[in-house]
Design a protein around this ligand. Structure first.
Ligand code: FES
Length: 166
């Protein structure tokens, strides 16, 4: 069930009936809802005339899209080799305990989705946690609550949470 079908309709209408805009349309809906509600895909098929199977296969082909609800903030804990040996699994556990969520799942309030990923390309900063577009390096269990708190209150401009160079 879409919580705001009018918003979905206006996104679809902003693209006209051009099926070639399907990916852009899906991107906008995902940005709005943090996932692709099934009803939205049905609505796209109805409005654009594209086969529902094509809309679904596009939505499931790309990793960036999710058909299940995701949190406002995506937390990706790196478990590549460097991060793993420097405590990545313990960081994952700590975040999971703080948010009461398991890896691969989303918090009940839809604020955070926690996932584990392989090397994100900045091993010198291991262990690394990415939250949305920000990279946090040399993360310790002790630092976790403060990092999460900044996202929970929507204030992530502190110096130590700015994207770091690898
Ligand atoms: S192993 Fe984590 S950034 Fe490379």
């Amino acid at each position: 069930m879409i919580s705001n079908p009018g918003k979905i309709s206006s996104i679809i209408e902003s693209f006209g009936a051009a099926g070639g805009s399907l990916i852009s349309m899906l991107q906008e809906i995902q940005a709005e809802y943090h996932y692709l509600p099934r009803d939205a895909l049905v609505l796209i098929a109805e409005r654009t005339g594209l086969p529902l199977s094509q809309v679904f296969s596009t939505a499931t082909f790309y990793n960036a899209f999710s058909l299940t609800p995701r949190g406002k903030h995506l937390i990706s804990v790196c478990l590549g080799t460097a991060c793993h040996v420097r405590g990545g699994p313990k960081i994952t556990d700590k975040i999971g305990r703080e948010l009461n969520v398991e890896a691969g799942a989303t918090t009940d309030d839809l604020q955070f989705t926690l996932e584990t990923v392989r090397c994100v390309g900045c091993c010198a900063l291991a262990p690394v946690v990415r939250i949305d577009e920000d990279t946090h390096g040399h993360v310790t269990q002790k630092k976790v609550p403060a990092i999460l708190k900044k996202y929970a209150r929507g204030d992530k401009q502190d110096e130590d949470t700015k994207p770091q160079e690898s």
